[in-house]
Write a protein that binds this ligand. Sequence first.
Ligand SMILES: Nc1ncnc2c1ncn2[C@@H]1O[C@H](COP(=O)(O)OP(=O)(O)OP(=O)(O)O)[C@@H](O)[C@H]1O
Length: 405
Amino acid sequence: MQYTEIMVRYGELSTKGKNQRDFVNRLGGNIRKSLHSFPKVEVHPKRDRTHVTLNGEDSTAVIERLKQVFGIQNFSPSLKVGRTLPEIHDGVLKMMQEQLKPGMTFKINTRRSDHHFEMDTNELNEELGGFVLDNFPDATVKMRNPDLILRVEVRHNGVFLSSETIQGAGGLPVGTAGKGMMMLSGGIDSPVASYLGMKRGVDMEMIHFFSPPYTSPQALAKAKELTSKLAAFGGSLQFIQVPFTKIQEEIKEKVPEGYLMTVQRRMMLRIAVAIAKMRGGKAIFNGESLGQVASQTMESMEAINDVTNMPILRPVISLDKTEIIKQAKAIDTYELSILPFEDCCTIFAPPSPKTRPDTERSRYYEAKIDVEGLMKEAIAGIEVSEIKPGQNYLNQNEDVFAELL
Ligand SMILES: Nc1ncnc2c1ncn2[C@@H]1O[C@H](COP(=O)(O)OP(=O)(O)OP(=O)(O)O)[C@@H](O)[C@H]1O
C-alpha cells in the first residue's frame, strides 16, 4: 500500500525535559540524512511527533530506512485523504482491504484536532464502523483488544488514517551524546560495540589501524565496508585510517615477545586519544569483552589504559560471544566480519602473549621505542574519509584484481 505520510513517535526523548528541543531537532536532521536518497520526502519535527511527508516516494523503502534511525520509538504509516465523507470512505476501504483479514475484529478510533469538523468523534466512529461492517460482513467490532485499530485523525489540512504501529530502533538520536572514537578492527566485536555506542546517541568516528604490506588492501576495504554498514544507523560516518606498519616493526624489533601485544595496544590507544583530542572526541570505544582472549583480562586492560585518563568505553564487555554474533547478524555486519582478511594485530600477535601483563614492565619496554616520534609520524599519515550507507569497497577491489589478472 502506498502511504502518504509517516507519523514518528519518540521514546526516551520525552523524558529529557529542557533538552527536548535539541533532541527533536537532532532526530529530525538524522531522519533527513537517512532519507537523503528520497528527494521528495519532507521531514517536519514537532514537540511530540515528527511527520514525514512522502510526496509520492515509495513508502515501503522509507519504512525500512526509518527502522534503523535511533531515537524513534515507533511509527505509523498513514494515508492522507480529503475531509469529505466520500473521500474518507475511499481511504478506509483501501486501508481495510489491505489490513483486515477474514474473521478479524476491529475498532475505529477517531481523534479531532480540528473541532470545527462537521461530525464529532463518536459520530465518526459509528459512521465509519458501520461503513466497514457493510463492506466486510464477516468482520466484527470489538472495543477491548481488537485485532485491528483503525486510527482516524481529523486535522485542518486533511484526515489521516493509520492502522499499523511499527517498532523503531529505540535508543537516542545519534549526536545527542557527543563525539566518541571507535577503535574498529575487521572483527565481529567492534562493529557491534559501534552499533551499541551509536544507539546511546554517540556521534561515532571510526579509527582503523592498518599495516601494509603485512595487511592487504582487502583488510582495509573490509573495515571501510563495515563502516558503511554501520553508517545506516547514523547517516554517514568519518573513517580515519592510521598507518601502523612502522610502529609494529619497531615494537617487534625492540620489545620482548610476551609484551608485544600490550605495547602495540598502548600505542594504538595513545594515537586514538591524540586523534580524539584533535577532533573533539570525548571517549574511546572498543570491542573488548572480558576474558574473551588473552588481551582482554582486567590486568591487560589496566596495563593498556595506563597511557590515558580519557574514558575507555566497552559496550560489549559483558556479552558472550554467541550474544555478540547474534547482534552482529541482526545489524548485518557478521558476514563481512568473518571474511578471512588478516588484521594488523593478528599478524604481529605473539604465539603466547602475557595474559596478565604488568603495568611497570609495559612502561619499561615501551620506553625502548621512540613513542613521541612514531606517534607524530603515524598521525601525519592519517587519512580521513566520509563513508555513507551502501558504499561498496570490497567489490571495487575485486574489480581491480580482476583487471590485473
Ligand atoms: N586494526 C585495528 N584497528 C582499530 N582497532 C583495533 C584494531 N585491532 C583491534 N582493535 C581494537 O581492539 C579491540 C580488541 O581486539 P582483539 O583483536 O583483541 O579482539 P577481538 O575480540 O578479536 O575484537 P574484534 O572482534 O573487534 O576484532 C577490538 O575490538 C578493537 O576495538
